[in-house]
Design a protein around this ligand. Structure first.
Ligand SMILES: Nc1ncnc2c1ncn2[C@@H]1O[C@H](COP(=O)(O)OP(=O)(O)OP(=O)(O)O)[C@@H](O)[C@H]1O
Ligand SMILES: [Mg+2]
Length: 372
């Protein structure tokens, strides 16, 4: 997306300057770097998901940007204005123009919906009422203004919390796992509404999550975080299809790892020789492929499939296990070539018995090669 924009500049759709700029952000607890050297920019109207496993430093990052946690170093700017830097400059949370939303978003129980939304608003009464009305319309809760939180469903409460956070028109919206308290079926709808409202408001959004599906669904850009560092940044498409390393690939789905030794830029696999240029002669490599990119075909009396050039060489294996997961089936194979186990996924129901001999083909264009 970014490179497309660069190649075909369109004056009517210029990229705004970064709303949030974070550089070299650091925080240690008990001598351990929890956020090591974090750099990030987010434009107005852009949603960036900070995605990573539990404990990698996501919430700590968010809290420093919000101003409720003091960084040990690094600079945070909003619209070019310094919020905090290494030299001790530090703006308190209420002066930053930042909205916050967390999993336990607790509305004020003794205030009505309208009073909750108006809570952080200054200005005259008429202006406040106008803003509240506008936001209730956005979140599809027109007519709910006089109700109390306990009269609302979980999803409705969540939308009110969103409206309350957005009411003062924050320049940056910081969200920490805001949907994790909602049940699955409710979540998708709320995510979409939230995204729509945030885009309309033109807020820069930093959304923390440890769920890859949520990041893929919500983000313009994903910042993949591990051990206090951003290991990769990119569009959902790029992060999924060009992972920086094996762990980045594994974060989004189950993966198969075919291990081998690169010799003369070739590595032997169950699927024949695989091109591994740029890897040292005698160096160990890992060829990573997601289960949905292994194609299953039938044995046909031992003759196997008739592959296209893209499929490459087929390899024979014996089914060891088949599982039905609803949308797809996962089938494990023990490969004739070396006894290794590979897993293929097929849409729908496919439940071959253990012991069944089948063939696999590997989408070579969908493989990722990493030095082991
Ligand atoms: N106030 C604190 N004092 C000491 N250690 C802390 C403090 N806050 C966070 N940590 C530690 O810093 C690390 C990162 O915590 P953080 O809450 O940022 O992780 P996270 O990525 O948000 O994880 P999760 O997905 O589980 O919410 C953890 O190991 C945590 O124990
Ligand atoms: Mg957290």
């Amino acid at each position: 997306m970014e490179s497309l924009r660069r190649e075909a500049p369109n004056p009517s759709r210029q990229i705004p300057p970064p709303r949030l700029e974070v550089s070299g952000l650091r925080r240690a607890f008990g001598g351990r770097d929890v956020v090591a050297d974090l750099t990030l920019t987010i434009a107005a109207g852009q949603v960036t998901c900070l995605l990573g496993p539990s404990g990698c430093g996501k919430s700590t990052t968010l809290r420093m940007i919000a101003g409720v946690e003091h960084p040990d170093g690094g600079t945070i700017r909003i619209d070019g204005q310094v919020m905090s830097d290494g030299s001790g400059r530090f703006l308190p949370p209420e002066s930053r123009g930042v909205g916050l939303m967390f999993q336990d978003f607790a509305l004020f129980p003794h205030l009505t919906v309208a009073q909750n939304v108006a809570f952080g608003l200054g200005g005259d009464r008429a202006a406040r009422d106008r803003r509240v009305g506008e936001l209730l319309e956005r979140i599809n809760l027109v007519g709910y203004g006089a109700k109390y939180p306990h009269e609302l469903s979980g999803g409705e409460q969540q939308r009110v919390a969103l409206a309350r956070a957005l009411a003062p028109r924050p320049r940056v919206m910081l969200m920490d796992e805001p949907f994790s308290g909602l049940d699955n079926r409710l979540r998708d709808g709320i995510r979409d509404t939230t995204l729509e409202v945030l885009k309309e408001e033109g807020t820069a959004v930093l959304l923390v999550t440890h769920e890859p599906d949520e990041a893929l669904r919500m983000a313009d850009e994903i910042a993949l975080m591990r051990d206090g560092l951003i290991v990769q940044r990119g569009s959902p498409y790029n992060i999924y299809n060009a992972p920086a390393d094996r762990a980045a690939a594994a974060f989004f789905s189950d993966i198969n790892v075919i291990r081998g030794i690169s010799k003369g830029a070739l590595t032997e696999t169950p699927f024949g020789s695989f091109l591994t240029p740029g890897h040292a002669d005698g160096g160990a490599v890992e060829i990573v492929i997601r289960p949905q990119h292994l194609k299953i075909d039938f044995d046909r009396g031992g003759r196997g499939p008739n592959p296209t050039p893209q499929d490459g060489t087929p390899a024979r294996g014996t089914v060891t296990r088949a599982r039905y997961l609803g949308r797809e089936s996962l089938v494990d194979f023990r490969m004739d070539f070396d006894g290794s186990i590979l897993t293929a996924s097929v849409p729908g129901v496919f439940m071959p018995r253990p012991g069944t001999v089948l063939w696999l083909m590997m989408r070579r264009d969908r493989c990722f090669v990493f030095a082991a």
